[in-house]
Design a protein around this ligand. Structure first.
Ligand code: SAJ
Length: 411
């Protein structure tokens, strides 16, 4: 089977990799010329374990190539970003629409088109289906269209793509059947056949569930700081209950999924989606909470920011709350040095330069590098050896270092 995947980012590229392992021929399409050139040389632009080897192997075996334009294929998969429109919180389908129009000239009767990008409920029926109908296709008869949302966790993408159950939301039952034949080539989890709109809302709701739970943990952290209780102990104790699973508080919620998808539901039913919107607002308020606590810990001086990616051990900084925190601190007049071992950028510095003469290390990402650090160097180089760990990853520090986390912000 030949597969054309439009969008070679965090989802499209790993998906391409797995199809090549199942003996499919894959063309990976992207608008970014540099990414295409690098991919064809076997150079991977995302940090995700396992992908580079598979892609290199597939190139050597003529099963993968990257291109700026689509090609004829049996199945087309769309994995492009779907941002939200800030004015009304709705789902910006422009990249998906563009991708559909881009593949149209290459489509033939009997092909399957699958949208994997997270989209608002009703998008496939109301917006995507008409694009192909206008081109003369009868969906479910001579072209098969489905929404099959990706549900994989960055950092574990390959494993989860293979083993997670997969929602297959066809426009018609025949569309679901055709799409399931595509994924059946490498998915070992259950293929759950349903309607497109059910698939859309299920996906948005999964991320909303997590966002709401994180908001609850963040609210708890704020309450604890206010009334003088150790939030981390509360979470540990409460989670011993067999039916309680409090999430972890942090500096806010980032990434291209949790920070966006709940708005797609909210935009569809703003009067009703009350908890969903409040959770978003609570999580969005965390940078201000971190900033206010930094101001209490050190009123002025140099701050070493440790980590700007949206979560641990990834170089992805989309929607990262770190940037709002940095801008609040800069506006207040703090000197800022950023150490981010997973992202190469001109203005980022290394560990030693970041902590030289610093008054506070502010941990904003749970990278492994930050879990155990050289505390001797920290004591030596910092002007005041203080750490504020907003990800609550450091267990113990030498007594000369003052450690703040969500367990002791009231001290
Ligand atoms: N976070 C917390 N506290 C927690 C858990 C997470 O503050 O207890 C923060 C993280 O630091 C990060 C954000 O939430 O800033 C999101 O991280 P995440 O690990 O929860 O999720 P993502 O965005 O990397 O991936 C999610 C996953 N969805 C669910 O777990 C329901 C993944 O399965 C989806 O495929 C992905 O979104 C997506 O693409 O939609």
């Amino acid at each position: 089977m030949k597969i054309c995947i439009v969008g070679q980012g965090y989802i499209g590229l790993p998906t391409a990799a797995l199809f090549t392992r199942s003996e499919c021929e894959v063309v990976g399409v992207d608008v970014n010329e540099e990414i295409i050139d690098n991919l064809n040389k076997g150079k991977i632009h995302i940090e995700e374990p396992g992908i580079a080897e598979i892609i290199k192997n597939a190139i050597d075996n003529n099963r993968y190539h990257a291109s700026l334009t689509p090609e004829k294929a049996d199945a087309f998969i769309i994995t492009v970003p779907t941002p939200y429109i800030a004015e009304n919180y709705s789902c910006d389908l422009s990249y998906v629409i563009e991708a559909c129009n881009e593949i149209l000239p290459f489509i033939e009767k009997g092909n399957t088109v699958i949208v994997e990008s997270t989209i608002a409920p009703m998008s496939t029926d109301d917006v995507i289906k008409p694009i192909f109908e206008k081109a003369g296709y009868t969906i479910g008869k001579d072209l098969y269209l489905a929404h099959c949302p990706e549900r994989v966790l960055p950092g574990k993408i390959i494993e989860e793509l293979i083993h997670n159950d997969r929602i297959i939301g066809g426009i018609t039952p025949e569309c679901s059947k055709k799409a399931s034949e595509v994924y059946g080539q490498f998915v070992e989890g259950e293929l759950m056949l349903t309607e497109a709109k059910t698939a859309e809302l299920s996906k948005c709701m999964e991320n909303t569930y997590r966002d709401v739970n994180i908001a609850l943990a963040n609210e708890l952290a704020k309450i604890c700081a206010e009334i003088g209780v150790n939030a981390l102990d509360v979470i540990k104790m409460a989670n011993k209950h067999p039916r309680v699973n409090l999430h972890s508080p942090g500096p806010g919620v980032g990434g291209h999924c949790l920070a966006i998808d709940p708005y797609f539901i909210y935009a569809k039913a703003p009067e009703t989606a009350k908890i969903i919107k409040l959770a978003r607002d609570t999580n969005n308020s965390m940078p201000q909470f971190v900033y206010e606590n930094v101001c209490k810990i050190i009123p002025e001086g140099k701050i070493s920011i440790f980590g700007v990616s949206y979560k641990g051990n990834t170089g992805d900084d989309r929607e990262s709350p770190a940037y709002e925190i940095i801008s609040l601190l800069e506006n207040k007049g703090y000197e800022i040095a950023i150490y981010e071992p997973h992202i190469e950028r001109e203005n980022f510095v290394d560990f030693n330069e970041a902590i030289e003469g610093s008054n506070l290390i502010l941990i904003l990402a749970d990278h492994n590098e930050f879990k155990e650090m050289d505390y001797e160097v920290i004591k030596d180089k910092m002007e005041t050896p203080i750490i504020f760990d907003t990800k609550n990853i450091i267990e113990k520090v030498p007594k000369e270092i003052k450690l703040y986390n969500y367990g002791n912000l009231y001290e």
